[in-house]
Design a protein around this ligand. Sequence first.
Ligand code: ADP
Ligand code: ZN
Ligand code: ZN
Length: 730
Amino acid sequence: MSACPTLRIALPVPLPQVFDYLPPAGSPAPRQEDVGRRLRVPFGPRELVGVVESIGLSEDPANLRPALQWLDDSAVLHGELNTSLRWLARYTHAPLGEVIATALPAPLRRGDALPDTHGWAWQLTEAGRSGYARLRSGTRPQRMATLLLDGAVNEDLLDEQLDDWRSAARALLKREHVQRIEVPAVIPQPRIVPGPQPNPQQQQAIDALQAADGFQPFLLDGVTGSGKTEVYLQAICHCLQQGKQALVLVPEIGLTPQTLHRFRSRLGIPVHALHSGLNDNERARVWAAASRGEARVIVGTRSAIFTPLPQAGLIVIDEEHDGSYKQQDGIRYHARDFALVRGKALNVPVVLGSATPSLESLHNARSGRYTHLRLQQRAGDAKPPGVRVFDVRKRPLQDGLSPEVLVGIEQHLKAGSQVLVFKNRRGYAPVLLCHDCGWTAPCKRCSTPLHKTPMTVHGGGRRLQCHHCGARQPVPLACPDCASLALQPQGIGTERLEERLLQLFPDYPVLRIDRSTTSRRDALEQTLATLGEQPGILVGTQILAKGHDLPKLTLVVVVGIDEGLFSADFRASEKLAQQLIQVAGRAGRAERPGEVWLQTHHPDNALLHTLVNGGYHAFADAELLQREAAGFPPFAHMALLRAEAKQVEQANEFLAALKQLIPQQSDVERFGPMPAPMPRRAGFQRTQLLLSAEQRRPLHAALDSVMAQAYGLPQARRVRWSLDVDPMDL
Ligand code: ADP
Ligand code: ZN
Ligand code: ZN
């Protein structure tokens, strides 16, 4: 029997291969055009939705099962997106079927048809035409009927031409004078409204973006309020005028109604939003409208990076340093990095914008891989805030707040202002700290003169462990530097910040803003609206983003910065610096000057000094030197294998088996298995294995051999495990 063509199908299962099927009964032999079409297939006792990855050949077709049913007439995943998703599957070492399932909106993943994106229009009936003369002139129904005299009119157009036309339509509908009809979607034309005259630096950036011919990465590096969004808007206008589509990614918290309104009113075109507040069907409609070229401007959060762009012209990543661009479970992709891959495949410019660029992006800009555009002045006239550092060593702290700071908060409240008490993100493994002198235990093996790797507290507070190399030692009884007994894990006490502030300032509202209050869309908006302009305290772990204007905010107090300065996570100081600069950018935006107060046990810390006195770029220079000395990204490439099990031995044995799969001389350093920063969660023991290499290639080669065998290891059955390439949290 001769070889027979088959469908190679990617299925959403945690297995590294694609699967061969015969076409459904009665359909023609597989063709190249079938690549990217979905079908339903039998898989063991189940049915799954898969996507044709390629056309294969089988010597032994008798052993293959036929697929059940085609779900599309033509490919839903075509061209560039298909190619880019394959790249992503290779880069994350994840099954292609799972990557595709992540990229598709839920209804398409389940097998529903690509949704309709037609529009609606209204037209007069016969009765409406003959009855027109009897309508009282000047009334809304008469004005609506007048608009329809020349034929059907689209609802978008009615929106613009007659306010509250819907009530008129209802009245006319009752008399059967009008009817609503489906019309094919139209490709809208932008009606651009000019913005402010760009300043010279903005103009330079705008010119550079317009001159880009095909793929070119840009870093738009501009201080808060320097007019980066104006630059994006001009670049999008240019893109629309060329008849192309633009995709803009913003952080989860930045997609406010104000942001959308600003884009809509300036571009004069429907702007399609993609965010967590949409239901599955709404998402799928935007996806479909983009894939048909009907959606010209798409503004969305992380997963919007999977939007099909058949006529792409531009990709913008606003606040490119933001942590929300990294997916933290499932397929652990970074939307910014994937945007560059798509931009290259689509051959369009990619703009990364930030007031506090990630060190990766700065490094790329400085080494010439990205074109570096800078905006150094604020566009408005708000003054930059003053920064003060408070030494809290030996000070009596009230749930983390020093007496001086409490006095300051009271003064600002009495003056009618608002105060933000910002607690650095929780969840770092705690580092041992001497409250009297600020000493923290460094790992003797890993620390270099430029870079100290701190030991973290484990074993119920009795043991110290290094998160980089796994070294252990007992907790000392007294501080080796000052002999004080005031040794404690840092960050203790600040959990109760909100309660304490409520007690201390009973006459003022105290509102909490953190992940739980801001994850729901508009919840933050509502919280801020309840506060309004009255004096009060905002407290939380979440910083405010662009679009949250708080003109009465004059004092920002930052507690827990030491957790960022001395953390086992080498990225903690970068995140801290970004948060401080961003939070400072929110203070004193209007007529009142703002102040930022930092509480620390390390008033002499070099990085803190550099940041306070030299600003973000001076900090970034110093930090990049440290990263280079310590061999951390962007000067090395990392991957983290995580495992969790009921018994810690099970997790460790699995990771130890994976470690064995990488030859020792392979240019890949292997650290662990060691406890995760949060070693226990929901009854599971969590451990990790860190891999690091100077070059990407050997790291990925090592991961290839690990992943080829990991699924089949006997130890894998007792653990839940995952691989994170370029992990953001170590
Ligand atoms: P960023 O995105 O860098 O935070 P924006 O683009 O939002 O900055 O600009 C901050 C404020 O300054 C906005 O209110 C914007 O309308 C205004 N603005 C920006 N560029 C100019 C300009 N060239 N002239 C006057 N106002 C400007
Ligand atoms: Zn001490
Ligand atoms: Zn170490």
